[in-house]
Design a protein around this ligand. Sequence first.
Ligand code: NAD
Ligand code: DAU
Length: 361
Amino acid sequence: MRTYLVTGGAGFIGSNYIHYMFKKYDKDIRIINVDKLTYAGNLENLKDLEDRDNYSFVKADICDKEAIMKIFEENDIDRVVHFAAESHVDRSIKNPEVFVQTNVLGTAVMLNCAKAAWELPDGTFKEDKKFLHVSTDEVYGSLPDDDSAFFYETTPYDPHSPYSASKASSDMLVKSYMDTYKFPANITNCSNNYGPYQFPEKLIPLIINNALNGKKLPVYGDGKNVRDWLFVEDHAKAIDMVQEQGKLFETYNIGGHNEKQNIEIIHIILNTLQEMLPDGDKRKEYINESLITYVEDRKGHDRRYAIAPDKIKEAIGWYPETMFKEGIKKTIAWFFEHEEWMKNVTSGDYQKYYEDMYKDR
Ligand code: NAD
Ligand code: DAU
């Protein structure tokens, strides 16, 4: 039975990944989820797994060497899947330091502990041990509006925000371990995810939540920035496929082949909400384009992201399976069914965050 150490498993992608893995492997794997439970970590995301005897949770900071080393000492870890990070660009612009702390130093701790646990006296590594570092397409910088350019694995790094700079640094650390020690790892660089459990600071859940509550829909700049959206379960599948079928030491880009301007996304959400809400639902009266509000642009706002997921398709056979039309319906249906989840995450600190982030916009 393989044992996984998943970092950041209480967050958006991590919790979707853990659900995906238990759906796929059920009792054939064991998962230890280590998470600090920042504002973005939520154990409610994993409530249905609590009774499993092959799942456990450890509350710890990935920067805490002793706590992480203890997990490696007490368990024979076969796979590390490293999601834990500060993940929101706007927050990184306001407060960069914690991004360096968690994303760079935290990754260094994870690498060091895995290396210490897996390295043999001759400097090689125990068999079948693998570390997967989950990263982002934002490390490649920004593409021009012209839609003929794409991010490839060979595209030079050119990060612009403190978030993407910290992720680029963490990628470089992983690369350095692979180059220096032949440390058994992979890096994946993925485009924008959407789906269940996403925290409503990110565009799609924020727009869904605001629209349902008749609040303004803040569009940064001219609304024509492009992101390449991928349904989160497709990302979870890609991570598993890279770790089991990919070549060690390689980087794989993961993308949705689904470029859309932000303003298009907002129109799609408004139309889908109208379509999905039952006749007679009062919210149908105010969910319309009049909620759209153009606000001050994000500082250093990257114009366009677009992944060419050719390598992962050719090497492993992965491709984005969920069409956006279908994925956004699934996402909205999930938010309809989890009103309580949204209420809980938007109470308290979220209100303060929202006021601070949007007050000058
Ligand atoms: P998220 O913010 O929803 O979750 C991050 C999780 O990490 C939370 O559970 C949080 O509590 C935990 N965490 C933060 N700091 C920690 C620390 N010091 N120690 C332990 N745990 C800590 O993020 P997400 O959107 O799920 O992203 C997960 C990973 O995927 C990140 O590495 C991110 O860079 C990457 N990524 C995200 C996207 C996206 O669209 N969301 C796309 C590509 C890559
Ligand atoms: O590309 C992958 C990255 O995608 C991940 O690495 C990050 O962790 C993740 O947060 C995401 O970054 P973005 O900055 O692209 O995502 P966000 O949802 O914050 O914004 C998407 C686009 O929408 C971006 O162009 C900014 C714009 N936007 C965002 C918000 C929150 C708005 O216009 N209004 C908003 O209120």
